[in-house]
Write a protein that binds this ligand. Structure first.
Ligand SMILES: Cc1cc2nc3c(=O)[nH]c(=O)nc-3n(C[C@H](O)[C@H](O)[C@H](O)COP(=O)(O)OP(=O)(O)OC[C@H]3O[C@@H](n4cnc5c(N)ncnc54)[C@H](O)[C@@H]3O)c2cc1C
Length: 442
């Protein structure tokens, strides 16, 4: 039987303090953007919430460090203000032949016309601190997995053998989530994996560039690279590869990173070729929602644990924060049906885009000539400029909330056509299998 949790005000504790034998309403595993926003929301709503991370904060995280417009809107909604970020608006896409397409950014009805660049050490620490200030209990330690699943209140088992008891578990432990795997919510054969590596260089960059790269003529790299401005006046450079379910392929991004940096230098985007940028760090991306059931029983997955990264451009911070908020609200507002409510909210918000993007990625990875053809076509003279506005709205998943404009019309056309073309794709079939309101487990 599902019991209603008693929501009582919590009190802040000092970082690292152990709470042996304590009972919480919710244990949030992972203090990245998804977990911290979930914990912040729960604590503000009066829940007793533990926020557990294996890392001691502040900590670094492999990232391009760009928070998209929806993320800025969500931070406003949560009343969190970032300091030290650098506003980022328009972007540039550089095609395989070196042609550049300028993607304009425009404000929507529900999001601003810019994102921000802020090092993850700072962004994540700011969100973490906001959650702790609101009353979440911060704990440092590695979580092994859920204590038990199903409808019974459980909690999590720490790797050191201690238990944290709670009515709900929010898995915010990133792409390779222990909570997701050990709860049986991941179908490894269906997941769209990616791996990306980034580093920093001391070079000023005017606007963010995304680079579509061919390893040799008409043989595209299955992903993209980037050079983004950082808040401190330097640049974040990186390369990300899509591997579908084949995780061993992720190492190609690391192997090819020096060659990609040389390519950036050839394009004139780097002043000189650099073998090893500073603070090189890699990380996994779990994209397009496919392969992960986002919630079942009393376990809710948020952010990368739920596979919410955009399969076409790699953004995941905005979705992480939005899903953290949605999971927290589902637990507080509908404790008897939190998983169902959260799943429905997630699918309603993300499915229209993710189905198309996941199917497109699934269809293209492993077909280097087809990827090259698409990349060359969208950056061809005339074509790129004609579709740039709609392209910016569509692939940044900004259609919902975009004001009437030519860009919106083009993006809506791309979305509608994409949905029709992908209606019978393996991705669409997978989503149908976990459909809104259908019980994924217990
Ligand atoms: C190289 C790279 C570049 C990227 N660039 C961008 C970008 O520019 N913009 C963007 O929007 N997105 C980007 N992304 C994606 C983005 O980083 C993620 O979508 C985002 O971090 C998801 O947040 P999260 O809170 O779900 O997970 P995370 O930020 O990964 O946080 C998970 C937390 O869980 C903790 N944890 C993990 N396992 C355990 C455990 N067993 N016990 C306790 N704690 C645990 C970790 O220490 C971590 O703090 C990039 C990703 C990569 C790899």
């Amino acid at each position: 039987m599902i019991t209603t949790i008693a929501l009582v005000p919590s009190r802040a504790r000092t970082d690292g303090e152990r709470v042996p034998g304590s009972r919480f309403d919710v244990v949030v595993v992972g203090s990245g953007p998804a977990g911290s926003v979930a914990a912040l929301t729960l604590a503000r709503r009066g829940a007793r919430v533990a926020l557990v991370d294996k890392a001691r904060f502040p900590r670094d995280k492999a990232c391009g460090d760009l928070v998209g417009p929806r993320g800025i809107g969500l931070l406003d909604r949560c009343g969190v203000s970032l300091s030290g970020g650098r506003d980022v608006g328009d972007m540039e896409v550089v095609g395989p032949t070196g042609r550049r397409v300028h993607l304009p950014s425009a404000a929507g009805l529900t999001y601003p016309g810019h994102g921000t660049s802020l090092a993850r050490t700072d962004l994540d620490h700011c969100l973490y601190q906001a959650a702790v200030d609101a009353g979440a209990v911060p704990l440092t330690g590695r979580v092994g997995g859920p204590l038990d699943g199903g409808d019974r209140p459980g909690g999590v088992a720490m790797a050191d053998g201690t238990a944290l008891h709670a009515d709900f578990v929010i898995g915010a432990d990133g792409a390779t989530s222990n909570v997701a795997t050990r709860s049986g919510l991941v179908d490894p054969a269906a997941v769209l994996w990616g791996f990306a590596v980034r580093g920093y260089v001391d070079q000023a960059v005017a606007i963010p560039s995304i680079v579509l790269w061919e390893l040799r003529r008409w043989h595209a790299f299955p992903g993209y690279g980037w050079i983004f401005p950082t808040a401190d006046g330097g640049a974040n450079v990186g390369l990300g590869i899509a591997t579908r379910a084949w995780r061993a392929g992720g190492s190609e991004a690391v192997r090819l990173f020096p060659a990609f940096l040389e390519h950036l230098a050839t394009l004139g985007l780097l002043r000189q070729a650099i073998d090893t940028p500073r603070r090189r760090l890699g990380g996994w991306l779990k994209m397009g929602m496919v392969g992960t059931t986002p919630a079942a029983g009393r376990t809710l997955l948020v952010g990368d644990a739920a596979g919410l990264v955009n399969p076409l451009q790699g953004e995941g911070i905005s979705q992480a924060m939005a899903s953290g908020l949605a999971a927290a609200e589902a637990i507080v507002d509908a404790p008897g049906a939190a998983a169902e409510c959260y799943r429905a909210e997630l699918l309603a918000t993300h499915l229209p885009y993710q189905q198309v993007a996941a199917a497109a990625q699934d269809a293209l990875v492993g077909r280097p000539a087809a990827v090259a053809a698409v990349a060359r076509a969208v950056t061809a003279p005339g074509v790129g400029r004609a579709i740039a506005g709609g392209w910016a709205v569509f692939w940044n998943d900004l259609l919902d909330g975009a004001p009437p404009s030519r860009a919106r019309t083009v993006a809506a056309l791309a979305s509608g056509t994409g949905r029709r073309l992908t209606a019978r794709s393996p991705a669409a079939r997978w989503f149908a299998g976990i459909g809104v309101g259908s019980a994924a487990s217990p």
